[in-house]
Design a protein around this ligand. Structure first.
Ligand code: SF4
Ligand code: SF4
Length: 471
């Protein structure tokens, strides 16, 4: 076993100088059918189609899901999250980040290969390129050819379609923040506000530039995730790997040739490199450019079928497995426990927030100047500024009562209900008067209670102080 591991390490050392794709040549990856190609298409469609279409879903006559920038609110069906509850979205964001760390430790850049916006749009853009310009060989030939009518027509058509897709992408992004149908109406009548036009222009430019022109160079050099994913992976991380012991020594195999006895299973056909969207040769070991899409596995398996060898020369495997280390106890990385605890904490926080969200949010500010007023009858009066947010879609009438405070206290004008408009904050002033002789201390806790008259279970409380003279 020791000898085997030593031999594998030696082979890696021999192969360790490998070409790095720095974008000097456009990668024209071959598209091949296969299990991972289908899986990739399914996961990409499964994530992005709903995200593109969800803004058009209506709920109670309004957009079901919207980050309402104008009113600083997030709507999700009946749920409305306001700035004071934005901590829930932040917890959700924290949970998603931690989930990504955990998934990276278990399965490397699986996000990049199967879900990421950049790799999905590059896949779409290169598919369009293939439809307009032909297969990878034809595309390379067209790139190298001098400018002529056919080349100009094909290039103009490709870039026009790319710009059309970029425009649709920019619209799909924008309608998450404003009413989708109103947006289309304004766009078609060229009446978008300036911020709308700027957003549209920025997203079109970004999409066209990143997915059409920069492509895999974004994944290789600009994506921060690509940088830190390498420190999260360890010997037990699952990733597409070339079985170097089985594949080497490689040599070409011509049709009808018998493979020499010492030859490995790799016939150096380059199919795995030709299908790679980032131009990686996985036979040099796992590299920064690998987005874990598994397309090289499909390619190699199809080659193995043709030469009558078993699948899996390239397969999802851990570095430990490839190096022949004993499997033993797996997944002992203590960071996984940290990730699990953080996930649990953020998930519980969000669940708590959602289950304890109130329709009414009350904020009470006692008057500071003066703290209290002594009335002509000897009573002490405090003034409070109320701010009540009614998050429900209905207007309501509310009453204000108080608990605690001073014996004999009363709320001036409390018999009259107060109107609070739907989905708005309403400000009003409340006076509390208490007999002077009942005041025992300078500050007495008081609890205000507001309650809907139309729907009594809807209520909110606020604890503050009733101020009186120092004794
Ligand atoms: S090396 Fe294989 S898994 Fe990695 S990006 Fe290329 S095709 Fe995808
Ligand atoms: S596809 Fe398989 S056989 Fe062909 S070069 Fe790649 S690893 Fe070798």
């Amino acid at each position: 076993m020791q000898q085997q591991v030593g031999a594998v390490i030696e082979l890696y050392r021999e192969l360790e100088s490998y070409p790095v794709n720095i974008g000097e040549k456009t990668v024209h990856a071959k598209r091949m059918p296969g299990y991972f190609r289908s899986l990739r298409t399914a996961t990409q469609l499964g994530l992005w189609l709903p995200l593109l279409l969800l803004p058009y879903l209506r709920w109670n006559g309004k957009q079901a899901i919207m980050f309402d920038i104008d009113h600083s609110q997030f709507h999700c069906f009946n749920l409305t999250v306001r700035p004071d509850e934005i901590w829930m979205l932040m917890l959700l964001w924290l949970g998603a980040s931690v989930l990504m760390f955990a998934v990276t430790n278990i399965a490397s850049r699986v996000w990049c290969g199967y879900f990421c916006f950049q790799s999905t749009w590059v896949d779409l853009f290169t598919w369009i390129e293939g439809k307009v310009e032909g297969n990878p060989a034809a595309r390379r030939k067209l790139d190298d050819a001098p400018w002529h009518a056919d080349k100009i027509i094909k290039k103009v058509a490709k870039h026009a379609i790319w710009l059309g897709v970029s425009l649709l992408t920019a619209i799909s992004f924008s309608v998450w923040f404003v009413d989708a149908f109103e947006y289309w109406n304004k766009l078609l009548h060229l009446q978008l506000p300036r911020a709308g036009w700027v957003t549209l222009a920025l997203v079109i430019t970004g999409t066209y530039l990143y997915a059409g022109l920069m492509r895999e160079q974004m994944c290789l050099w600009m994506c921060p995730y690509a940088r830190f994913q390498s420190v999260m992976a360890d010997g037990q991380t699952l990733m597409p790997s070339y079985d170097i012991k089985r594949g080497e020594p490689r040599s070409k195999l011509r049709k009808g040739d018998q493979a020499p006895a010492q030859q490995g299973d790799c016939i150096d056909c380059y199919q795995c490199v030709q299908v790679c969207p980032t131009g990686v040769d996985i036979r040099h070991g796992h590299q920064l450019g690998c987005i874990t899409c598994g397309l090289c596995i499909d390619a190699c398996d199809s080659v193995m079928d043709k030469i009558g060898k078993p699948h899996g020369l390239i397969r999802y495997a851990t570095p430990d497995e490839i190096e022949g280390k004993p499997h033993g106890k797996r997944r002992q990385n203590p960071w996984l426990w940290v990730y699990a605890a953080l996930l649990l904490a953020s998930g519980s926080g969000v669940v708590y927030g959602l289950t304890h969200m109130s329709v009414l949010t009350l904020n009470v500010r006692p008057e500071r100047q003066p703290l209290f007023v002594r009335m002509s009858d000897g009573s002490i009066q405090n003034r409070y500024e109320f701010k009540l947010m009614n998050k429900s879609p209905k207007d309501m009438q509310i009453t204000v009562t108080a608990e605690g405070g001073i014996k004999g206290q009363l709320i001036v004008g409390s018999a009259k209900p107060i109107f609070v408009a739907h989905e708005r904050g309403t400000a009003f002033t409340v006076f509390v008067k208490a007999p002077g002789e009942n005041i025992a201390k300078a500050a007495t806790p008081i609890r205000f209670h507001v309650q809907s008259l139309d729907n009594p279970p809807i209520s909110a409380d606020y604890n503050t102080l009733f101020n009186g003279p120092s004794l």
